[in-house]
Ligand binder design. Structure first.
Ligand code: CP
Ligand code: NVA
Length: 303
């Protein structure tokens, strides 16, 4: 493993190995068994956008493995504007052992991976959110014992989170159905990548959320307006109005159905308080799994 940019770069066996290690790390952390796998290593965290889960879980994860994390706000280190991305990558490769980045443009990650000599970890781009996707399949495995054969109804935008989840599920024998307004589904670029590298069973897109959740094991949602799309907010609020995950929608799903959300939740928009605070919601277990999944990724890249 050289970088962690997209889940699609990993085979089912590689993803399964990461999940096994993540589960082992989770159990070890619960028993407070000290770890030293990142001893002497320094991981830089370069963020162009805000974050709670990604930043804190990486900082804690690196510390728990005996390493040091450095938070480097994108505007302060001048990512992409103070010097070229290539010069940034060549320079920072001398100082840290790996970089986690949250960026507006996915191409920024590709450029850093091409010009630097250290592992690059995608902490969210406009294209994908592989750390989230890995924690998502880990959570589904915990909830149901397996991802194989499980159906996730993603009710919302065909965005970075939905793409990574679709790939994670596709690799591990699950499937995603996307319920979204017209024009907000997966684009042709993703369809081409998916069918070429995951398989011909591309996620189905439907307009009726109730039809999507009828046979779902998990209902998943994310914000309607992602970071960087703020100018589209009013339009998106109008277009997604019928796609809220609320008690009525949940009542159309099987009784065992769980609700996941990558968070942060915009309560009252894509999801209601009663669902977020109700018994079907596993979003905080899911958030906690970011820590363990990412520790497995760090070990695979740096051990
Ligand atoms: N889900 C997620 O990535 O959360 P943050 O934006 O808080 O990092
Ligand atoms: N789709 C959201 C995810 C936030 C974790 C965004 O990109 O803002």
């Amino acid at each position: 493993m050289k970088h962690f940019l997209n889940l699609i770069d990993f085979t089912a066996d590689e993803l399964s190995a990461l999940l096994t290690e993540a589960a082992r790390l989770k159990a070890a952390q619960a028993r407070r068994i000290p770890a030293t796998s990142l001893s002497g290593r320094v991981v830089g965290l370069v963020f162009e956008k805000p974050s709670l889960r990604t930043r804190v879980s990486f900082e804690s994860g690196v510390a728990q493995l005996g390493g040091t994390a450095l938070y480097l706000p994108g505007n302060e280190v001048g990512l992409g504007w103070r010097e070229t991305l290539a010069d940034f990558a060549r320079t920072v490769s001398n100082f840290v052992d790996a970089l986690v980045l949250r960026v507006y443009k996915h191409e920024t990650l590709d450029a850093l991976a091409a010009h630097g000599t250290i592992p690059i970890i995608n902490g969210l781009s406009d294209w994908s959110h592989p750390c989230q996707g890995l924690a998502d399949v880990m959570t589904i495995q915990e909830l149901f014992g397996t991802v194989q054969g499980k159906t996730v109804a993603f009710v919302g935008d065909g965005n970075n989170v939905a793409r990574s989840l679709a790939v994670g599920l596709g690799r591990l024998g699950g499937r995603l159905v996307l319920a979204c307004p017209e024009g907000y589904g997966f684009d042709d670029k993703f369809r081409e990548q998916y069918t070429a590298r995951v398989g011909p069973d591309f996620p189905k897109e439907v307009r009726d959320p109730r039809a999507a959740v009828r046979t779902a094991d998990v209902i998943y949602t994310d914000v309607w307006t992602s970071m960087g799309q703020e100018a589209e907010r009013e339009e998106r609020l109008r277009r997604f109005a019928g796609f809220q995950v609320n008690a009525k929608l949940l009542s159309a799903a099987p009784a065992h159905c769980k609700v996941l959300h990558c968070l942060p939740a915009h309560r009252g928009e894509e999801v209601t308080d009663d669902v977020m605070d109700g018994p079907a919601c596993a979003a905080f277990q899911q958030a906690g799994n970011r820590l363990h999944a990412q520790k497995a990724v760090l070990e695979a890249l740096l051990k």
